[in-house]
Ligand binder design. Structure first.
Ligand code: ATP
Length: 259
């Protein structure tokens, strides 16, 4: 490990910006995720969470700004940064005609991992994430349910034992039993010195898991800091709604529904 890696934040976003035509999806975001944190990124639909995370991990080129993983610039040294990263992107495009085990084998080889290590870890991940039955039946990813796809995506993120995990809505579509397993995995990962950045719409989950939070809306950071700093005296949901603004259904809205 280099000096920079031991002292730099897990993730650092500086002036990160992304435009799609005239639309500013991410508007000069600055965020620092200290090493060893469990960081939650929350915001309403279309806030810019996926766009920010995609730029942070080298999947989407920023219009401006920088993203650093353990001090390594993601865009200047993509291989260096990606070695340290485990990523669960939004809508992960997976090779559909492979079984989960074959997919992990392929992924491990892409990362240059020894075959035996990949085999052992893949078998363990499939068992722990309860994908082993599908594997035994030869189910290919094309036939996976939404939650199963999420789980095999998580397995690919974990396979090479990264130091920073960046997960876009990892709990979405995952059943409660598997969600508990995932929580144990992530907590153990952080306890062992890893760092997690995850986006979620489930405030209670973020409150339960994360020690640091950022609330973003319309491509800007509205609040960031420790969970206690961000939520203040109320709940995270209270703070979220007060910053983002509440929308109510008026009496005259949708009167045609159910009439
Ligand atoms: N490829 C694209 N082309 C044009 N606009 C885009 C593109 N990707 C994202 N956007 C826009 O950028 C904004 C931010 O989108 P983004 O997917 O980052 O939001 P999000 O916070 O992840 O939302 P959600 O919670 O609904 O997943 C939205 O207005 C979206 O329409």
């Amino acid at each position: 490990m280099t000096q920079t890696e031991t002292t730099s934040p897990a993730l650092e976003l500086r002036g990160l910006r992304r435009q799609f035509g005239d639309k500013v999806a991410v508007d000069d975001i600055d965020l620092v995720v200290p090493r060893g944190s469990f960081f939650g990124l929350v915001g309403p639909n279309g806030a810019g969470k996926t766009t920010s995370l995609s730029m942070a991990v080298g999947l989407l080129r920023p219009t401006a700004g920088r993203a650093m993983v353990l001090g390594t610039d993601v865009w200047a040294d993509p291989i260096g940064a990606k070695t340290a990263l485990g990523v669960l992107p939004d809508g992960l495009a997976l090779p559909e005609r492979l079984t989960g085990g074959e997919l992990l084998d392929y992924w491990g080889r892409l990362r240059g991992m020894p075959r035996a290590v990949v085999e052992d870890r893949a078998a363990e991940l499939l068992r722990i994430l309860e994908l082993d039955e599908a594997e035994r039946l030869g189910t290919v990813v094309l036939e996976y349910s939404t939650g199963m796809r999420k789980k095999i995506g998580l397995a690919t993120a974990l396979l090479h034992s990264p130091r920073v995990l960046v997960l876009d809505e990892p709990y979405e579509a995952v059943d409660p039993v598997s969600a508990r397993v995932l929580t144990s995995i992530l907590r153990r990962f952080v306890a062992a010195g890893g760092s997690v950045v995850m986006s979620s719409h489930v405030m209670s989950l973020v409150e339960q898991l994360c020690d640091r939070v950022a609330i973003i809306a319309r491509g800007r950071v509205l609040a960031a800091g420790t969970l206690a700093e961000v939520r203040g005296a109320g709940t995270l949901e209270d703070r979220f709604v007060s910053l983002v603004g509440e929308r109510r259904l008026e009496e005259e809205d949708l009167t045609w529904l159910g009439s």
